[in-house]
Design a protein around this ligand. Structure first.
Ligand SMILES: [Zn+2]
Length: 485
């Protein structure tokens, strides 16, 4: 029987990673930033937002949120993003777009990996590239890689069954590994299939509940479905019916059999709805395998890891598709987003969303209790959870679940350090007051390690974290006496 390395073994070096974008090094200086994250948070690895068009992982603080007290006190509302290292086009083949155009134009000739890696190495720090599955819709030629919605319109999201996109991601893996001395890549894919999207089974699902998210119906997906014996006419009919169901729910119409029964009737009549959902996730997992294979073909020792979307701790359907045992067999690490603080408003918004569709018969307070029960963690009742956030029990139980299930790969807990609370239903003063304290962050880190994780990744990005909060991470690392060098 395989014996996993005991994660409580203090002789095993623990990962204390932190996510950072290029702008922080430009604003504050490379050595200064490294000093701060080492001294305050005991960080021993950098997760650099190398390929990102998102101001969630790259750029400064989000507009409208308070500055963290370091870095430039300016918002960068016009971030374009892309590859913040140097693009080497020779490694990309048949990707459908000009790889050179992915070069981030934002910071002149600043090469994130070339500037930071040598200095990180001098300090014995690990270097990982964060790669985010996202392109802006105005990127030149991107329509060739985009998903198609139900009506044949192009969506902003990128199709995981599209061979050009697969080639692009494989080329990116080759480029990063051949061109730089990195320890690995963490891929961030925060998407789910059309069934879950249509019923709004995600945080902020109500706001994003436009049925237009019924993707992907591009020729590649249709062909793949056909080969698997999935009848497209039935899929389309099923989604038309599902849309009517969601529209009825969102307008609070009374259904003779209620919402839960009606949805089951629909799914039983059109099992293709679930087949389509599963087809999406299968495509995502194939992409993971392609990226990992290319990475390993260049550098066997490099790690390919996954960021597991926060939604896996809210939506039981999404969780069901994220089989950590299965994912751990094909990844070198799993970073689980266990964001305790912003998790509160996110969970409340999830409950409100599915509380108008699948679970339209159940009052939100009871619905949240049901979710605590089936997801197996505790928290404050609805609607208080919106203000209180989730706390240490959530981090412990979710981390423990990850450690118990991911048999073959180390689990890193993604720790929420001042992730902005984006919640239109919270007053601004409540949003600002909903920030986590140094003490709470310390507890979250302690609970993650008590659950047996092999590391943490301080999230989402340094440019939004207060220094006091980073010290909360360092407090826990020191108190626990973790092996970090
Ligand atoms: Zn497609």
């Amino acid at each position: 029987m395989l014996r996993r390395i005991a994660s409580t073994d203090d002789r095993v070096r623990k990962m204390i990673g932190i996510q950072l974008g290029a702008i922080s090094f430009l604003d504050e200086g490379v050595e200064q930033v490294l000093d701060i994250v080492q001294e305050r948070a005991s960080a021993n690895a950098l997760f650099l937002a190398t390929f990102s068009f998102s101001n969630g992982t790259a750029g400064r603080q989000l507009p409208g949120h308070p500055f963290p007290g370091h870095g430039k006190q300016e918002y960068d509302t016009d971030l374009r993003g892309g590859n913040f290292a140097r693009v080497h086009p020779q490694y990309y083949r048949d990707s459908g777009i000009d790889p050179g155009a992915t070069q981030a134009p934002d910071y002149d000739r600043f090469d994130l990996l070339a500037e930071v890696t040598p200095q990180a190495r001098n300090r014995g720090m690990g270097v990982f590239c964060l790669v985010q599955d996202q392109f802006p819709s105005n990127f030149p030629g991107i329509e060739k890689l985009q998903e198609h919605d139900f009506n044949g319109q192009r969506a902003e999201t990128l199709c995981k069954n599209n061979p050009y996109y697969r080639n692009f991601l494989a080329g990116l893996m080759e480029d990063l590994t051949r061109s730089y001395d990195i320890d690995g890549v963490m891929f961030v894919c925060e998407y789910q299939g059309a069934f879950s999207n249509t019923i709004g089974s995600r945080f902020r699902g109500k706001a994003r509940g436009k049925p237009g998210s019924r993707t992907c119906f591009c020729p590649f997906c249709k062909e793949k479905a056909k080969q698997q014996g999935i009848r497209l006419d039935r899929v389309q009919q099923g989604f038309l019916e599902l849309e009517k169901f969601v529209a009825a729910g969102r307008s609070r119409q009374v259904l003779p059999d209620g919402y839960y029964v009606s949805l089951w009737r629909l799914v039983l009549r059109y099992p293709e709805l679930l087949a389509w959902e599963h087809l999406f996730h299968t495509g995502v997992r194939e992409v993971y395998a392609i990226m990992r294979e290319r990475l390993k073909s260049v550098k066997q020792k490099a790690s390919f890891g996954l960021h597991v979307w926060h939604n896996a701790t809210m939506s039981p359907i999404y969780r069901a598709e994220q089989d950590l045992e299965e994912l751990s067999r094909t990844s070198d690490f799993l970073k689980l987003a266990l964001y305790h603080n912003c998790g509160g408003p996110r969970l409340a918004s999830y409950i409100e969303s599915v509380g108008e569709t699948m679970y339209g018969d159940i009052p939100p307070r009871e619905l949240l209790e049901f979710h605590y029960r089936v997801l197996d963690y505790t928290g404050t009742p609805y609607p208080a959870v919106r203000k209180t956030g989730l706390r240490a029990d959530y981090v412990y139980r979710e981390a423990k679940r990850g450690v118990d299930q991911a048999r073959s790969a180390p689990v890193y807990a993604g720790i929420d350090v001042d992730i902005p609370v984006e919640d239109a239903d919270l007053q601004k003063q409540d949003r600002d007051a909903a920030q986590s304290t140094r003490q709470e962050i310390r507890s979250a880190v302690r609970e993650a390690f008590r659950a047996g994780v092999q590391g943490i990744v301080i999230s989402r990005k340094y440019s939004e974290m207060r220094l006091e909060s980073l010290s909360g991470v360092g407090d826990a690392v020191k108190e626990l006496g973790l092996q970090i060098s």
